[in-house]
Design a protein around this ligand. Structure first.
Ligand SMILES: Cc1ncc(C[n+]2csc(CCOP(=O)(O)OP(=O)(O)O)c2C)c(N)n1
Ligand SMILES: [Mg+2]
Length: 620
């Protein structure tokens, strides 16, 4: 057996550089590079290896580990999970900063390889700087905190363990049903330890991603079920997108006249103006999708996790005889809500169902309800697009105007606050892959680094991060990284003085404004009741070297967008919008844990109303 003597870290980087995937006969390099921040836990181990292989593997220097891991996740999501980054961080706080991002990846089923550094395997210099000593079990380190948020977790205590660990890591990263964050912890000493690695371990390796079919019998059972239903509705989730199943989904919908509702992850793969596309369903949904869902007797869920936002906390589907047929590669999702599971690849399963159902001559029982529902929503959109307020700008109106000002193939990124629900309702997506929402974790602070990840994925396109003032304050350091890398991003910052979607929720449950609005502490009241936070966000961005614009009117918005298109560096456009001017819900319900006793009668009233709605919810 031929071997090569390398440090564990060198072998790891050499291995990463040689991984390929093959999907539908097409081969691609799987690992685009490494992002991260060095400290004493990785600079002389993994850092040395990255320096040695710098001509093969690009290293991106992050400014915050959580953010850089979010950039990596956004990159992989934009690449439909077919290309990834690895992220390195130093021991202790640097590594723990990536835990949240691991959650973001795992919830959204997006592959990311996290390489946190760890304390010495030999334990000789213990306790080292930034080592948490757990008196109950010395095997536990800070990195054990990644376990609940990872799909695969390992620690390399001897250099030869790397081989099985990496094969397992890539098994999970490349598996559509299992993918998410993969965490391989790298003790400081072992990173630099040498071993004679077999050359075939380091050679080119192709991971074949086979589409999973369903058995004929299973497909036949599904067809029998559909044949007995008059008003089915399809839900187009992220799984449909990652499987590239849009052609099959549209063919299925058109052939049998079945309308489609979208989720945040699935939105945008079918043009908004397709006659069967009802737009978003659920809590962030449109009137059209939610009205049709109420009357549906069969929900054909394609590649969706069926979370509470998609199902309106299990109240969206009202018919007593409604069934859920769930097409999903992940059994966990396929069996949700007592669904009839079709565990398989969306493209293959839809193709199979179309073929079998077509033979039966099936067509749904819809008359003109779909068109009527779409027309009704078009009227709502018309009104939203005409909102004029004396005091300032309405957020919803600004989004509708932006939709006209941006090019069809510009990519928009958002994740948290009131923007995702507004965008899901009103943004009209014309080109596949231009709507990038992280709404599994809805992690504040994903937006700016997410835009960087998307720009690295699609450098020719203009990318726009839609972020609230709260989300921007939480993290924006990678705005500088975008400038450092010459990867232009545009930050559209919606300043409404605070966490306004949470403020809305608070007041909807009878609670007075408390801790949700950005006001200064006031001496007379002792509370956060003083003046609005006078933050100049453009000064922050200008300090990084970005071009900046301030928007108070629709005219300003037009000028700023037009000017910024010509800029070659990253931009920040600060848009002042009035608090509370996001869209409201349309025929949906969201369950939150309200106070069942309180001094304020408004809280009691809200709790009663919540409890009444909960009675309508499906029990599973
Ligand atoms: C990391 C993180 N912390 C807390 C939350 C809970 N949360 C959801 S939206 C929100 C407020 C967002 O404020 P902003 O970005 O200004 O958006 P707005 O609601 O004002 O549109 C908070 C605190 C979250 N989603 N993510
Ligand atoms: Mg805000």
């Amino acid at each position: 057996m031929k071997t090569k003597k390398l440090t564990m870290a060198q072998a790891l980087i050499a291995f990463l550089d040689n991984q390929y995937i093959e999907v539908d006969g097409q081969q691609k390099k799987f690992v685009k590079g490494v992002m991260g921040i060095f400290g004493h836990g990785n600079v002389v181990g993994l850092g040395q290896a990255l320096e040695q292989y710098k001509d093969q593997v690009t290293f991106y220097q992050g400014k915050n580990e959580q953010e850089i891991a979010h950039a990596a996740i956004a990159f992989a999501k934009q690449k439909d999970r077919q290309e990834i980054f690895a992220c390195t961080a130093s021991i202790g706080p640097g590594s723990l900063n990536m835990v949240t991002a691991a959650g973001t990846a795992t919830v959204n089923r997006i592959p990311v390889l996290l390489l946190p550094s760890d304390s010495f395997a030999c334990r000789q210099p213990d306790p080292v700087l930034q080592q948490i000593e757990q008196p109950m079990d010395y095997n536990i380190t800070a990195n054990d905190a990644f376990k609940p948020v990872s799909r695969y977790w390992d620690r390399i205590s001897r250099p030869e363990q790397l081989m099985t660990a990496l094969i397992n890591a890539f098994r999970v990263l490349t598996d559509p049903a299992d993918t998410g964050a993969v965490t391989i912890c790298l003790p400081q000493d072992v990173q630099g330890e040498a071993y004679d690695y077999p050359e075939d371990f380091l050679a080119k390796r192709v991971w074949h991603i086979d589409r999973r079919p369903i058995a004929n019998k299973t497909a036949q059972r599904a067809v029998e079920l559909i044949k007995n239903k008059k008003k089915p509705i399809l839900i187009c989730g992220g799984g449909a997108r990652y499987s590239h199943a849009e052609k099959e989904l549209v063919a299925f919908a058109e052939k049998f006249n079945i309308p489609i509702a979208e989720t945040q992850a699935g939105k945008g793969i079918i043009p908004f103006d397709h006659p069967l596309n009802l737009g978003a369903g659920g809590v962030c949904g449109t009137y059209s999708a939610n009205i049709i869902a109420k009357e549906s007797d069969l929900i054909i869920a394609v590649g969706t996790r069926l979370n509470d936002f998609v199902t309106s906390s299990k109240t969206a589907f009202k018919k007593h005889d409604v069934d859920i047929l769930s097409i999903n590669v992940a059994p966990l999702d396929a069996y949700k809500m007592n669904g009839i599971a079709l565990v398989g690849d969306a493209k293959l399963v839809l193709g199979k169902l179309t073929e079998l159902l077509d033979k039966s001559g099936y067509v749904s029982g819809y008359g003109d309800e779909i068109k009527k529902a779409k027309d009704k929503w078009a009227e709502v959109m018309q009104d939203l697009g005409e909102i004029e307020l004396d005091e300032g700008l309405s957020q919803t109106r600004v989004l509708i105007e932006l939709n006209k000002l941006l090019k069809d193939d510009d990519i928009i990124i958002s994740a948290s606050g009131s923007l995702p629900s507004d965008l899901e309702r009103v943004w009209q997506t014309k080109v596949r892959g231009t709507y990038h929402l992280e709404y599994g974790f809805s992690c504040m602070g994903y937006e700016v680094p997410g835009a960087l990840g998307v720009k690295i994925a699609e450098p020719q396109k203009e990318v726009y991060a839609f972020v609230g003032d709260g989300g921007f304050l939480m993290s924006h350091a990678e705005l500088y990284t975008s400038i450092q890398e010459g990867k232009k991003i545009n930050v559209l910052l919606f300043d409404n003085y605070g966490h306004q979607c949470i403020h809305n929720l608070q007041r909807s449950q009878g609670i007075d404004t408390f801790g949700t609005v950005f006001r200064e502490r006031e001496g007379t009241t002792g509370g956060l009741t003083g003046q609005y936070a006078p933050i100049d966000y453009t000064s922050i961005a200008k300090g990084y070297g970005a071009k900046v614009y301030k928007v108070h009117t629709l005219e300003d918005l037009k000028t700023a967008i037009e000017q910024s298109k010509k800029d070659e560096v990253s931009t920040l456009i600060e848009i002042k919008v009035l608090p509370g001017t996001m869209t409201d819900g349309y025929e949906s319900f969201w369950r939150v844990g309200t106070a069942q006793v309180a001094e304020d009668p408004r809280v009691i009233k809200a709790a009663k109303s919540m409890n009444d709605s909960v009675k309508e919810a499906k029990p599973y």
